[in-house]
Write a protein that binds this ligand. Structure first.
Ligand code: ZN
Length: 126
C-alpha cells in the first residue's frame, strides 16, 4: 500500500496562521503546485465577508466564443459567463450558487448576471 503524505503550506501574509494541506502519494502529484500560497482572506480581501465587509456584488457577462472550423470559418462554440469586458476569461456555461442557477444557453450574449451576497448581523449578539 502506498503511503499518503501531506504537503503543508502556510499563508504568505505576515502573521497569518492559515494553512493549506494537500494529500499526495508521489512527489509528481505535487507538480504544478506552487510552494507559496495565500489564503482566501489575504488573496482576495475585498471578497472576504466580515463584520467590516458585510456586502459584495459581482457582475458576470455572457460572452460568445468562437472556434475555427475545417473551412477556416469562425463558428459559434457557445456562450460563456465571465467578467465584464473580458471574453478571454469566460469559461463557464453554467454558474450557480445558493438560490440560483444560470445556464448560458437561456440568454443572449451581453446578458449581465449580478450576484450579491449580504450579511445581516443579529440585532443582539448571541
Ligand atoms: Zn492569510
Amino acid at each position: 500500500m502506498t503511503r499518503r503524505r501531506t504537503y503543508v503550506r502556510r499563508c504568505s501574509a505576515t502573521g497569518c496562521r492559515e494553512i493549506s494541506q494537500i494529500e499526495y502519494t508521489a512527489r509528481r502529484d505535487l507538480e504544478g503546485v506552487k510552494p507559496t500560497w495565500t489564503c482566501r482572506k489575504h488573496d482576495k480581501p475585498d471578497e472576504y465577508l466580515s463584520a467590516a465587509n458585510l456586502e459584495q456584488t459581482a457582475v458576470l457577462e455572457l460572452h460568445p466564443k468562437y472556434r475555427t472550423n475545417m473551412d477556416r470559418q469562425q463558428v459559434l462554440l457557445g456562450n460563456y459567463w465571465g467578467p465584464e469586458g473580458e471574453p478571454d476569461k469566460a469559461h463557464h456555461g453554467i454558474v450557480s450558487g445558493p438560490g440560483f442557477w444560470a445556464d448560458a444557453k437561456n440568454f443572449p450574449p451581453g446578458t449581465r448576471l449580478t450576484v450579491t451576497a449580504r450579511i445581516a448581523l443579529p440585532d443582539t449578539p448571541a
